[in-house]
Write a protein that binds this ligand. Structure first.
Ligand code: SF4
Ligand code: SF4
Length: 391
């Protein structure tokens, strides 16, 4: 075990862990069709949230005209949703394992799974325990049809294989423009394929396996942290040593005997405690500036997901400024690799970096790829007037 590896993850659990109801997530609420039966039944129970959801539905309708995203680019985003939506069907994410088990030594099986996932296009793959607290309550199909169930499929699944793909540096530097929406769509498309293929492979070896893509029963972020991807950050996602937080995960749960990676301490918690760069750059005011709070049994920095999502709707893309400006996401040049190593070990390095950080952040280049259409500067209009990107 290296010095950076831990026996248990670094986040602090305070009391009982409470599972999230999937119907309460922003991503579930955005799929409700105004005044449909499901809409009415949800907002009868949550009348205080209905006006906000109506506002989202109106913003969604007027998005294209308001933001003047070139239709030829918006259609690319739509086209990229087709395969992940197909792959989200129960018949693809899950199924019966082959009747005969092929027994493989857990160490060898883990190395095969990781190698195969990388072969399919994953940048990082790690294996950890599957903590049932990191499952949603009231699981139904992604469009909320069907009967919600409180029991995740295949409770015997004990292990979580988390696979992740990183953004390319030039994509992340275009945040918050439409380029980032196209990049995210491409990552989800590839991840959906990888987890469905991995789960299918494991089932063909005779073990239970379920892919959690757009039809997820699990929370990828805590599972990724438990599997050793990195640490929970102020911006609500995890930070890895390799790619900062410019990375998206998906999960396969299984009962196949595998060897776990260990959770890690890479200095993120200490860094975020004294850094507020993402707070400054968040145009939605969604990131918390103060101390951590206890949320469903975990001490962490709260994130206002509704405010973040509303900014997505207003700006036309999935923003990601908190990712783009995070010091851990800067390009891994030789000096920056050295800086990341210093962040891990030394509080003097963290403090010194933060003193000069504001000078480094003015040089951001925002050149969109030549095959994409230039988006007019509408996205700027929905930022706070004193936002650093106005400069
Ligand atoms: S994605 Fe944008 S709006 Fe959402 S928290 Fe990050 S900076 Fe704020
Ligand atoms: S910008 Fe700073 S505070 Fe925000 S996630 Fe990155 S290191 Fe943490």
């Amino acid at each position: 075990m290296s010095k950076r590896e831990l026996v248990k993850p670094k986040y602090e659990i305070v009391g009982e862990l409470e599972r999230i109801d999937r119907a309460d997530t922003v991503m579930a609420r955005r799929h409700l069709i105004p005044d449909s039966e499901l809409w009415q039944s949800y907002y009868r129970k949550h009348p205080d949230l209905e006006a906000q959801s109506r506002k989202w539905a109106d913003l969604q309708k007027s998005r294209k005209h308001r933001l003047r995203i070139a239709p030829q680019d918006e259609l690319m985003e739509n086209a990229m949703r087709f395969i992940p939506n197909v792959m989200a069907k129960e018949e693809y994410v899950d199924g019966e394992p082959a009747p005969e088990k092929i027994v493989i030594d857990p160490k060898r099986a883990s190395s095969k799974i990781k190698g195969f996932a990388r072969h399919l296009g994953a940048d990082l793959v790690k294996i950890g325990p599957f903590n049932p607290s990191w499952t949603y309550k009231n699981i139904s199909s992604p469009d909320h049809s069907g009967n919600p169930s409180d029991i995740p499929a295949h409770p015997p699944n004990k292990h979580a294989i988390v696979v992740a793909i990183a953004y390319k540096q030039d994509e992340i530097e275009c945040a918050p423009r439409f380029t980032i929406a196209l990049a995210t769509g491409a990552i989800y498309l590839r991840l959906s394929t990888i987890v469905v293929t991995l789960a299918r492979y494991i089932r063909s070896l005779g073990y239970e396996a379920r892919a959690h893509n757009h039809n997820s029963q699990v929370l990828h972020v805590p599972l990724a942290i438990d599997a050793g991807f990195g640490e929970l950050a102020r911006n609500g996602i995890f930070i890895t040593k390799e790619y900062g937080s410019a990375i998206k995960p998906m999960t396969v749960t299984t009962d196949m005997p595998l060897v776990y990676d260990r959770p890690v301490d890479i200095g993120v918690d200490e860094f975020c405690s004294q850094c507020n760069i993402c707070v400054k750059y968040c145009p939605a005011g969604a990131i918390h500036i103060g101390e951590k709070k206890t949320i469903r049994g975990v001490k962490k920095w709260p994130l206002n997901a509704s405010a973040c999502f509303e900014y997505f709707l207003r700006s036309g893309a999935n923003c990601s400024l908190c990712v783009a400006y995070c010091p851990w996401t800067r390009p891994r040049t030789f000096p920056h690799n050295f800086i990341i190593k210093a962040f891990e070990r030394s509080n003097i390095a963290r403090k010194s970096y933060l003193k000069v950080a504001s000078l480094l952040y003015r040089k951001k280049k925002m050149k969109i790829p030549s095959w994409q259409e230039e988006q007019p500067e509408e996205w700027r209009k929905v930022m706070k007037p004193n936002h650093p990107l106005y400069r």
